[in-house]
Design a protein around this ligand. Structure first.
Ligand code: SF4
Length: 222
């Protein structure tokens, strides 16, 4: 009888043995109901928070935005404040000069092209300066309830280890995952992959022994 594995280690990969549907179902169940860890009340808050979250922890972003979102509620609020003051307000998130410029550029585009409102369509969102498909899908999924597959560094790594994709381009990974999961679970499952990569299937030391997918995962590249 095959010995039950409890820890990490490489496994021989048999592509035919990979059961993506079951893996996605387990993952979905394990993280059900878990909200995005960035605090926000409005789509604009979430857009600003995603800009600030680059190279920064969500926890630190939340500490900064707790005060920031009370002062600035509209895109014109962000344009009214002198950029040096905005830089100071967001300084703890790092790269604050670039991030302040990104916020100003984005808010200016919102004012000029969308009446100051965060648009609800992927093409419109992705037209905003500094907003790619990843950020657009975060906003669509978590602020507007429109299903979207978010592909960040965690999703890229975990999906590869699970054998869910062989792609390295985020747009192609997004397409692969969209095919594996029903549309109404796109946001939830990709968020589950983000959390799984953040807390269990970490880049350096994946905790395979504590992983809900331990019995199914081919551990590609681990
Ligand atoms: S998904 Fe789980 S079993 Fe697979 S490599 Fe990551 S932590 Fe290990």
């Amino acid at each position: 009888m095959e010995k039950k594995r409890s820890g990490g280690g490489k496994r021989a990969v048999d592509p035919g043995a990979i059961r993506p549907g079951e893996m996605m179902r387990l993952l979905d169940g394990a993280y059900k109901g878990r909200r995005i860890e960035l605090d926000f009340k409005t789509p604009l808050d979430l857009l600003i928070a995603t800009i600030l979250a680059a190279q920064c922890t969500d926890e630190r972003v939340n500490r900064v935005t707790a005060a920031l979102f009370k002062k600035h509620k509209t895109s014109s609020d962000y344009l009214r404040v002198p950029v040096e003051k905005l830089e100071e307000e967001i300084r703890p998130t790092g790269f604050y000069r670039n991030k302040a410029r990104a916020i100003v550029n984005c808010c200016r585009a919102l004012e000029e092209d969308f009446d100051g409102k965060v648009p609800r369509r992927m093409d419109d969102l992705a037209s905003l300066p500094g907003v790619g498909r990843k950020t657009a899908n975060v906003i669509l999924g978590h602020a507007f309830g429109t299903p979207g597959v978010v592909v960040d560094t965690h999703v890229t790594r975990v999906a590869a280890r699970l054998g869910l994709t062989r792609e390295i381009d985020p747009n192609r990974i997004e397409q692969d995952l969209m095919r594996l999961v029903p549309r109404d679970r796109w946001t939830a499952v990709s968020h589950a992959l983000v959390l799984h990569g953040r807390y269990v299937c970490k880049a350096r030391k994946p905790a395979c022994g504590e992983c809900v997918l331990s019995e199914l995962c081919p551990r590609i590249g681990v």
